[in-house]
Design a protein around this ligand. Structure first.
Ligand SMILES: [Zn+2]
Length: 138
C-alpha cells in the first residue's frame, strides 16, 4: 500500500531537502506563539534534536511517521520497490532514535517526540506537549 500521491511525494521531498519540514515548522510556530525560546538542531546534542528548550532542559524531536516507523498507518507502509532496503534503513533510524533518547536522558534532558501525524493542528500539538509534561504558558 502506498498512501502518498505523487504530488504529495514531491512536496515531501521538497520539504526534506529544504531541511525545515512542514510538521517541524508547525511545532515551532506553536512554541513561538506560546512565548517559548528555543534553539534548533544543536549539533553537540545526540541526534541533533529539532527543537531545544534550554530553559526547560527539554528537547523535541519531530519525527516523520514513515522514516521512524510510527505505529500509525503511515508508519506501517511497506514500499513496493526495494522493501528490504527500506526496512533496513528505517530500522537503523529507530535504533539511533533509541540510543539518542537514552543518551539525552542520561544527560538530564527531557525528551519529547512529536509524530508528523500529530502535527495537523495546533490543538493536537499542544495536547502532545501537555501530555509530555511541558507546561504551556498560555
Ligand atoms: Zn504517525
Amino acid at each position: 500500500m502506498d498512501v502518498h500521491t505523487s504530488e504529495q511525494r514531491s512536496r515531501n521531498m521538497a520539504a526534506i531537502k529544504a531541511g525545515n519540514t512542514g510538521p517541524e515548522m508547525r511545532v515551532r510556530s506553536l512554541l513561538h506563539s506560546l512565548g517559548y525560546r528555543y534553539r534548533l538542531h544543536r549539533k553537540e546534542l545526540p541526534g541533533k534534536p529539532d527543537v531545544v528548550l534550554v530553559k526547560h532542559r527539554t528537547v523535541i524531536f519531530v519525527h516523520g511517521c514513515f522514516w521512524h516507523c510510527h505505529e500509525c498507518r503511515w508508519g506501517r507502509v511497506i514500499p513496493k520497490t526495494r522493501p528490504e532496503f527500506w526496512s533496513k534503513k528505517r530500522a537503523g533510524n529507530v535504533g539511533r532514535d533509541v540510543r539518542h533518547k537514552a543518551a539525552l536522558e542520561q544527560a538530564g534532558w527531557k525528551v519529547i517526540t512529536i509524530w508528523e501525524c500529530e502535527t495537523r493542528s495546533q490543538d493536537e500539538i499542544r495536547r502532545v506537549l501537555n501530555q509530555a509534561g511541558l507546561r504551556m504558558a498560555k
